[in-house]
Design a protein around this ligand. Structure first.
Ligand SMILES: [Zn+2]
Length: 195
């Protein structure tokens, strides 16, 4: 799907300013939808209460959109889904998706070079693989979502097979893939995904 130099492709995406802007816009839209919907517990109005978050490996993003219910006695927090922040991970979602996919099948020296270029240690890559192949596949999100892939995706081939299935070498399809994963990015989905 991706040429003979998946590392270069990956690094291009990670440095692609237009892609970053697109992701920012999608997150702003998701936040606007959540805001309009109001508090899902009491119907109260929502106020902005963003989190300060600076994900590594991505562009200079510095906040994740979030809201708090304005009604006294409720005040519950609402954090909309995101195409930029994948759960509580310190790296931008784009990095966790792309790097974990392109290193699959690469020779160890090439993996090491990519890790060096991106400042990633070996353990981080190992944790991402574990997340994709074990934690994600055990989640209720995946159990509900996996039926859309025919033939079914072998967990051992994740996330590369997922990128391939989405034809994510195209920017619009990569965006669709990040939107597909977005339900995993809300705090409600976190307890299942501790890593
Ligand atoms: Zn409320």
């Amino acid at each position: 799907m991706i040429t003979s130099h998946p590392e270069s492709w990956c690094q291009q995406q990670l440095a692609d300013h237009q892609l970053h802007q697109l992701l920012e816009k999608v997150d702003a839209d998701l936040a606007a939808q959540a805001h309009v919907g109001g508090c899902r517990f009491c119907g109260g109005k929502l106020h902005r209460a963003d989190y300060e978050r600076k994900p590594r490996g991505g562009p200079a993003w510095d906040c994740r959109y979030s809201f708090c219910c304005a009604r006294e006695g409720c005040r519950r927090r609402h954090t909309p889904a995101s195409v930029r922040f994948l759960g509580r991970r310190v790296y931008a979602g784009l990095v966790v998706v792309l790097v974990a996919a392109v290193v699959q099948g690469l020779k160890p020296q090439r993996v090491a070079r990519l890790r060096q270029a991106l400042g990633l240690d070996r353990r981080t890559l190992g944790r991402w693989r574990q997340w994709w192949q074990v934690t994600l596949v055990a989640s209720s999100f995946w159990k509900a979502a996996r039926a859309r892939f025919l033939p079914p995706l072998d967990p051992r081939t994740l996330p590369g097979s997922l990128l391939k299935s989405f034809a994510a070498h195209r920017r619009d399809r990569l965006l669709e893939l990040l939107k597909f994963l977005a339900p995993l990015t809300t705090p409600a989905a976190w307890p299942e995904q501790v890593m």
